[in-house]
Design a protein. Structure first.
Length: 462
């Protein structure tokens, strides 16, 4: 039954960590016969984003993709990070939305904005009496933190304290787990301080998570234990990657998959720090040494620059040194370009994942039952690492600190890799989560039930 009486507009911010979950939610809504308009900020910051958009649109031609052409960023730049700069430009540009929204047909039923755009979007949607939801792109634990942060900031905590955050299953947590960028005046701190108190004005919050992974946080959020008057929180994960994402990966893909096909089941350690985290070269060389000492075969995705367009010209030899590159050829594959991570994580040869704990990566690993060596680098990642640890399907060595705090030595890395590849308890727990994730997205599972109920509500609200 085609049902286009529900028309959803979606407005993502910047980076693959945000665009990917937006498109995965969009595909879920399209599959349930909603009309979806994607308001698409252009030009994209990274090459990977424009590739993904183009593949998505070819696979879902019914998607109404509306370009959102941006004015130049504020001058002087308020951040050296091009993704954060984009968030700020988007926040300053929402006055361009009303004519665009009123030109859409049929009229919108609801608007789903990125978590980094909450207040500026609400100021528009409230005037139009348009229901406004957000997609939070991290864990329910991190959402609890995000919601509670203004209260925490007022409490003038001491950095040596442990902090209590309602909704986080491993609370109290050390102050060292707070995203460093929130510990001093910064653009991001201003955003969270402005947006967090406005969460209660939203109609609902979508999360890429599921009961078996985050029941504690989901219950606390729904019971008003984190913030009173919290709008409904909808766990519609783990988001399912679509086939077109494999097409968006580079020409090396067949080589890579052929190589994985040749390896014994569960024997390969996969290393990737997401779409926008470049490690220091000293640290990368130690990772190379660590992989070699672990004795395991490996697939390692190397990133030398935050934005992929700048990464293209620099070769592996320059980043890692010729000698290490040669040595590693005997034990693994080292790739310095975009890979299809979901395809890799779902491959039977992969037995462990060294991850920065970006939430999309963690949700993908959960869906595939892959044990994690958590190595958080910045932002929300220590909170996600805490969740992996407490859930029992990964390990996190806290002495490694944030990215760049110290150079973690190859021997330590090799030992930690051995542990995730050999610890049977981690494997059992990871398989349990996989089962829970599969159940959540099965026919008649939590995800489908939630989306169907929402569609009914949206139709009745028109
Ligand atoms: N990813 C990928 N190939 C790469 C690097 C990253 O497919 O070479 C994907 C990964 O599967 C995930 C997203 O990019 O869906 C990264 O999001 P995450 O939240 O894990 O980290 P971020 O990049 O935002 O730090
Ligand atoms: N960063 C990021 N994602 C985050 C937080 C930080 O990519 O969620 C990157 C970003 O490039 C930022 C840098 O890491 O400029 C340093 O971040 P950190 O949180 O350490 O901020 P600091 O306290 O050093 O300002
Ligand atoms: N976040 C933060 N500092 C940053 C960037 C992000 O504290 O500099 C927090 C923010 O509260 C956000 C959460 O991390 O809701 C998730 O960040 P995300 O992984 O989406 O950011 P990314 O690393 O992809 O830019």
């Amino acid at each position: 039954m085609s049902d286009e009486s529900v028309h959803v507009a979606m407005f993502p911010s910047a980076g693959m960590g945000h665009l990917t979950p937006f498109l995965r939610l969009a595909s879920l809504l399209l599959t349930h016969h909603c009309k979806v308009t994607l308001i698409t900020p252009l030009p994209t910051v990274s090459h990977a984003e424009s590739q993904l958009l183009s593949h998505f649109h070819s696979s879902f031609p019914q998607l109404n993709l509306i370009p959102f052409h941006l004015p130049p960023p504020p001058s002087p730049p308020i951040s050296g990070d091009p993704f954060f700069l984009r968030v700020q430009t988007l926040r300053n540009s929402t006055h361009l939305l009303p004519p665009l929204i009123s030109s859409l047909s049929p009229p919108l039923s609801l608007f789903i904005s990125d978590i980094f755009l909450v207040t500026p979007c609400l100021s528009i949607t409230q005037k139009l009496s348009l229901p406004n939801y957000t997609l939070f792109t991290s864990s329910a634990s991190m959402f609890s933190f995000f919601s509670h942060f203004p209260t925490l900031a007022q409490s003038k905590f001491d950095l040596s304290d442990e902090i209590h955050i309602p909704g986080i299953p491993f609370s109290p947590l050390p102050c060292s787990s707070i995203p460093p960028i929130l510990l001093h005046p910064s653009v991001f701190r201003n955003i969270i301080m402005e947006d967090s108190p406005n969460l209660t004005k939203l109609d609902g919050v979508f999360l890429n998570t599921f009961e078996a992974l985050e029941s504690h946080s989901l219950k606390a959020l729904s019971d008003g234990k984190v913030v009173k008057d919290m709008p409904p929180v909808y766990a519609v994960g783990p988001f399912v990657p679509f086939k077109f994402e494999a097409e968006a990966s580079p020409s090396s893909s067949p080589l890579l998959i052929n190589w994985l096909d040749e390896q014994p089941i569960g024997s390969v350690v996969y290393v990737c720090f997401g779409s926008r985290t470049a490690l220091g070269r000293d640290q990368m060389r130690e990772i190379g040494n660590g992989l070699m000492t672990s004795g395991y075969n490996f697939l390692w995705v190397v990133k030398d620059k935050i934005v992929d367009k700048e990464d293209e010209e620099i070769g592996l030899d320059e980043v890692l040194g010729v000698e290490l590159v040669e040595r590693m050829k005997k034990k693994g594959l080292v790739i310095k370009e975009w890979v299809d991570q979901s395809e890799i994580l779902s491959h039977k040869s992969v037995g462990g994942f060294v991850s920065h704990c970006g939430w999309n990566s963690i949700a993908e690993a959960a869906l595939n039952g892959v044990p994690i060596l958590a190595w958080p680098q910045h932002g929300d990642q220590k909170i996600n690492a805490g969740l992996v640890e407490v859930s029992g399907w990964g390990i996190w060595n806290k002495s490694w600190g944030w990215g760049g705090e110290r150079v973690v030595q190859g021997e330590e890395i090799g030992d930690a890799i051995k542990e995730i590849m050999e610890n049977e308890l981690l494997k059992v727990k990871a398989m349990e989560l996989k089962e829970g994730g599969k159940k959540a997205i099965s026919v008649g599972g939590d995800c489908e039930v939630t989306i169907q109920k929402l569609i009914l509500k949206w139709k009745n609200d028109v």
